[in-house]
Structures are given as structure tokens and as C-alpha cells.
Design a protein around this ligand. Structure first.
Ligand SMILES: [Zn+2]
Ligand SMILES: [Zn+2]
Length: 618
């Protein structure tokens, strides 16, 4: 953790002027009469060393210290090590360390921290292993550094062993050690263990709160992250730092909670953190994930030198919003500025090409990824290409490509699931069968594969196989994840499940509004579901009724009832939107003259004046 590294440097930088220590160390080597001369020269030399920014000027100052006869002194050498570490010269620091007669805990910890800071956490752990063979006892800085090393490596096993040593050596109540432990457990996805440490802490500071909030945010528990963030603000012990604000903004992004995101943005501005690149990047990501690409763009344009991170957020955000041209323009701009794209950037641009029907451009980018940009295509990129080819009906090519790649089981489900959807769309039962078998074999998203395959059969008029599949699903106990949608109004989130209004106080109003809208849509020629599109999703006899009660429709009616006219209604959904709801949303946007944004599991749909930004292509 950076805080720790900074702490160490602060302590030792301060140490140079600590007279008692200096007297103690000097007295071992020198007569008192020499003290004044040497201490002044030495302090002067070290002081000089600390202002040096390059190695050539460092060497003469180092030799002066050697000449003054103080290079055997542990305290002096530790300061020299600190200075070399500041110049990022770990080899020089390590050489000095090796030449020391009596490296103390400070010398060991400094070198370990140096390695962690330079991204070599394994070296820090090796050093600790060596240290255990000496009589030197670890202190709180040693432990924080080691835990930090485990955190970077996400090595839970060694992390737990270090934690045990923390208990043995009595550092369990140390603030810095505990914050590092929370961070480590968080990075290793052990949220409960992190929380246990947090709860047991006697004293907490902004760093420990940040560690816990970040742990929740990074482990897909955005609700808890925001809850803790609110608690922190409530106790008013301190102001949130920019790390904490980043985590809170990220939590809003993953939950798609625009309202909370805007409030947090307000806090960011009030505390003057809006100029921070990290916070701005998080805000760009949050607004784009909440479907406000224009807000993202505004913040993005204010970042003086945007790195690959905000560029990628913008590119992915625009792509998911159906703004393929913007996405590709940003990519070109980024390349022109010599910013190297990463794997996610390519997921964004390929997605953009796929959703804008720019097949040639997409294939060209895909083929140049490794050669031109040094990014190896992985399962996500292959999935994009399969999707791209599948959309335009080039199913055989997509099939050949899918067959040619070897990926892990989770990625397999994604790749073949994409091909399965495309086969259904183009009525290719032959490929749908193989694709669904591959998905089922991967043991992921099995229910979705069954549903899609049975829908493919149904569309092809093969009702017998569709029925068989349905019975098989019942027999093996496979069931599809129930559809749910949520909407945020003011500071509350309202969750709706398909066909279920039992807990809703506005049940009657919602149903009568939906009935009224249904009537007005019928006047405009909307007929609703007639084919077997949702065959397995719902019981046949109740098909029409239940489809009209899909979770996003319930959320929409609730939104219409509870928000003033003119306000865009934003809905999140855990599954893909069905064709029927998509058609209905388009018409309703025209009927009630409102804009709706739906974030489904794949992308954004922005409904306005009777049409959607996806161009009915998703
Ligand atoms: Zn639906
Ligand atoms: Zn759409």
C-alpha cells in the first residue's frame, strides 16, 4: 500500500535530524571531540544526497560519506539506502544492504518496501525469509510491507501466514497493519475476513475505512460499499480522501446508480478532488456505465492528459450506448496521441464495430491487435468477432472461428453462447445444437442455453424437440435466473421481479397504467408476443399476461408514476431485454413523450420518439 511506503520514507527522512539517534550511532565509532565535525559533515552529505535526482551526482556524495568513515554505521547506511530507493536504484540499495555489518529491522524493512514499490513483491517475501534466519525481529512496518506484497500477488496462503505472525508478535491492534490486512483480504476476495479485521479494530482512520470500502466495491458488493461510505460521512471523523471517493464512485458505477453517483460527484467537487486524474477517470466510467455518455464526455475532456484508463471507459461506454462512430473516433485519437490501447480498449472498439455493422473495420482491427499494438486477442475478443459475424448472418464463418480457439470453461460459455444467440436469430438449428451442447458442457449459463435452443426449435416449427427440451429442463432441475429490474428514484432503489407485484404498495396503479398503455399501443398496431420467442420463459397459458409483466415493464410503470414529466427514466436489468418489451418501450416512449434508458446485461438501450439507439440490433 502506498500509504505505508510513504510512511516509511517520512519516518526515515525525519530520522536524519533526530539528534539522540545520531549521537548514539556516532558514539560507537568516534570520539566525542569529533562529533561536531562529523555529524555536521554527515548530515550535510545526507541532506545533499536527498536533494539529488540522478545517479551521476549521487556517487561523489556517497563517496564523501564513505570517506568520513560513517559508512559502517547502520543509521547512516539506512539513510543512504532510503536515498537510493528514492532514485529507484534498488540494485545500489541492495548492494549497500549486503555490505552492512549489522542490518537492523529498519534496513530489512526499507529494502523490502523498495522491492514492493518497484513491483517485485516476491523479492520482499524472499528477504523476509532470509531475515527470519537472523536475530532481527520484524516490526509493524515489516508486517505492513509483507502484507502489501501478498496483496499485490493476491497470495492468500502466505498472507494468512503473515497474519498469524502479526498475532504472535502482538501487532493486531496496529492501525497500519490492520488496514493492510483488510486490503490484502479484499484483494484475495475474502470480504468477510476483511470485515472481521475492520470490526475488531479499536481505532480506525481514513485509510482503514478506505480499505474496507474498496474491498466491498472491488468484490461486487457496491451496496455495502455505499452504506459504509455513508456511515463514514455520518461520523464525520475525517474528510474522505480521493481513494475513498474513487471506490464510492466505482460502487455507484457497478450498481448503475446515477443518483448516488451524482451525489458522490458533488462531494468530489466540494472537497476539491475533481482535478485528480484517478477520480476523474472513475467519474467518466461511472457516467458511462449509468448511460450518460455526454456527462462522461464532459469530464473526460477536462482531463489534461488522459491515460488509457479514461480513454477505455469512454470507448466502451460509447460502444455500449450504440455510439459506434464516437467510440472509433476516440480510439483513433488515442492512437494518434501514442497511448497504447489495452485488451479492454479492444473489447470496446470491436463491440462498437459489431453494433454499428462495421464488419471490415472490426476484422481489420482484430487482425492488427497483436501485430500493431502488441495485445494478444483473448476469449473476449473472439466473442466480439463471433458476435459481429453472427449478427450479419455470417454464421458459418463465426462457427469456424469459434471452433478454432481454445478457451477456459467460463469463456467457452460466453463464446458459444454468443454463437448460439446468433444461430437462433438466423434460424440455424444445426449450429444452435452444437453451440448449446458446448455451453452445457462448460457447466455455465446452462439454463440460458436450454432456453435459447428450445426457442430456436420453436422458431423453426420443431415443437416436439422444443417440448422435449422443456421436459428435460424440468427433469434435471435446471431453471433460468429470474428476470429482475431496478430503478433508482431520489436516493432509493426499487427492485421488481417478473410477474410479481406482491410487495409493491402501488400494485393497483401499476397494473392499471400498464393496461392503459397496452390499449394505446394496440391502437398503434402493437400486437405483442405471437411467436414462440419466450416459449420456455413462461407458462404457455399465461404467456400474454406474464410477458406484459416482465420486470422492466413493472419498473417502467413505477417510474412513470413516480417521476415528473421531462425526466429520463433509467432502468437496470439483469438479463437481456426481450423483443416484445423492446418494441413496447419504443412505442411507449412515443405515446407518453418520455425518454427511457435501459441497461440490460449486454448494453444500453435509449428509447426516444418511438425508436431505440440500438437500431433494433442487439
Ligand atoms: Zn420482456
Ligand atoms: Zn434497443
Amino acid at each position: 500500500m502506498m500509504y505505508f511506503v510513504c510512511d516509511v520514507f517520512f519516518v526515515f527522512k525525519g530520522g536524519i535530524y533526530m539528534k539522540p539517534n545520531l549521537v548514539k550511532s556516532l558514539s560507537r565509532h568516534h570520539k566525542l571531540t569529533l562529533f561536531s565535525f562529523h555529524s555536521n559533515t554527515n548530515a550535510h552529505n545526507i541532506g545533499k544526497f536527498q536533494t539529488i535526482n540522478d545517479l551521476p551526482s549521487a556517487t561523489p556524495t556517497h563517496s564523501n560519506i564513505v570517506k568520513s568513515g560513517l559508512s559502517n554505521d547502520t543509521f547512516t547506511t539506512n539513510n543512504l539506502i532510503t536515498s537510493y530507493l528514492k532514485l529507484l536504484k534498488i540494485d545500489h540499495a541492495h548492494k549497500l544492504f549486503d555490505e552492512m555489518y549489522h542490518p537492523n529491522v529498519v534496513s530489512w524493512s526499507l529494502l523490502m518496501a523498495g522491492y514492493v514499490r518497484l513491483g517485485q513483491p516476491n523479492m520482499a517475501l524472499c528477504l523476509f525469509h532470509q531475515m527470519q534466519g537472523t536475530l532481527v525481529m520484524p516490526n509493524e512496518f515489516t508486517f505492513s510491507t509483507l502484507i502489501n506484497a501478498c496483496s499485490i500477488l493476491a497470495n492468500l496462503e502466505i498472507g494468512r501466514r503473515i497474519h498469524a505472525l502479526v498475532e504472535v508478535f502482538g501487532y493486531r491492534s496496529d492501525l497500519v497493519v490492520c488496514s493492510s490486512l483488510i486490503d490484502m483480504y479484499g484483494k484475495c476476495n475474502c470480504v468477510d475476513e476483511a470485515r472481521m479485521i475492520f470490526d475488531f479494530m479499536w481505532v480506525r482512520n481514513v485509510v482503514s475505512w478506505t480499505s474496507m470500502i474498496t474491498t466491498y466495491s472491488q468484490n461486487g458488493q457496491g451496496h455495502l460499499a455505499l452504506q459504509l461510505f455513508r456511515e463514514f460521512n455520518h461520523i464525520r471523523m475525517n474528510k474522505p480522501n480521493h481513494f475513498m471517493l474513487c471506490s464510492a464512485v466505482t460502487a455507484c458505477a457497478s450498481l448503475g446508480r446515477l443518483g448516488s453517483g451524482k451525489i458522490t460527484h458533488g462531494v468530489v467537487i466540494r472537497l476539491g478532488h475533481d482535478a485528480s486524474d484517478v477520480v476523474a477517470s472513475a467519474l467518466v466510467d461511472m457516467y458511462s456505465k449509468c448511460g450518460c455518455v455526454s456527462y462522461s464526455d464532459k469530464i473526460f475532456r477536462r482531463i489534461a492528459n488522459p491515460s488509457v484508463v479514461p480513454y477505455t471507459s469512454m470507448i466502451v461506454g460509447a460502444a455500449k450506448y450504440g455510439l459506434g462512430t464516437l467510440s472509433l473516433r476516440l480510439f483513433q485519437e488515442m492512437v494518434d496521441r501514442r497511448i497504447k490501447p489495452n485488451g479492454i480498449t479492444f473489447v470496446g472498439v470491436l463491440h462498437a464495430c459489431s453494433h454499428s455493422g462495421l464488419i471490415d473495420k472490426g476484422l481489420e482491427l482484430f487482425n492488427s491487435m497483436n501485430e500493431k499494438y502488441g495485445v494478444m486477442p483473448d476469449a473476449r475478443h473472439y466473442t466480439c468477432i463471433v458476435d459481429m459475424l453472427g449478427r450479419v448472418g455470417r454464421i458459418d464463418e463465426a462457427y469456424q472461428l469459434a471452433k478454432s480457439v481454445q478457451v477456459g470453461s467460463e469463456d467457452d460459455a460466453l463464446l458459444w453462447g454468443t454463437l448460439l444467440s446468433a444461430s437462433r436469430l438466423h434460424g440455424r438449428v444445426d449450429i444452435a445444437i452444437e453451440a448449446s451442447n458446448r455451453v452445457i458442457k462448460s457447466n455455465q449459463q446452462v439454463a440460458a442455453a436450454y432456453v435459447t435452443l428450445s426457442n430456436t426449435y420453436a422458431l423453426a416449427g420443431d415443437w416436439e424437440n422444443a417440448h422435449n427440451l422443456r421436459s428435460e429442463m424440468k427433469r434435471t432441475g435446471v431453471y433460468k435466473e429470474p428476470g429482475s429490474s431496478w430503478i433508482e428514484i431520489k436516493d432509493s432503489t426499487y427492485l421488481f421481479h417478473a410477474g410479481d407485484l406482491s410487495k409493491c404498495s402501488q400494485k393497483r396503479e401499476i397494473l392499471s397504467l400498464l393496461r392503459e398503455l397496452e390499449g394505446r399501443m394496440k391502437e398503434r398496431g402493437h400486437v405483442g408476443v405471437t411467436s414462440g420467442l419466450v416459449f420456455v420463459d413462461v407458462e404457455e397459458e399465461a404467456k400474454e399476461e406474464i410477458v406484459s409483466l416482465h420486470s422492466e415493464k413493472l419498473a417502467l410503470a413505477f417510474g412513470l408514476l413516480n417521476t415528473p414529466k421531462g425526466i429520463t427514466i433509467r432502468i437496470m436489468k439483469n438479463l437481456r431485454m426481450c423483443r416484445d418489451c423492446h418494441e413496447a418501450f419504443k412505442l411507449i416512449s412515443d405515446v407518453v413523450e418520455r425518454e427511457f434508458v435501459v441497461r440490460d446485461v449486454n448494453r444500453f438501450h435509449h428509447f426516444k420518439n418511438g425508436s431505440c439507439t440500438c437500431g433494433d440490433f442487439w
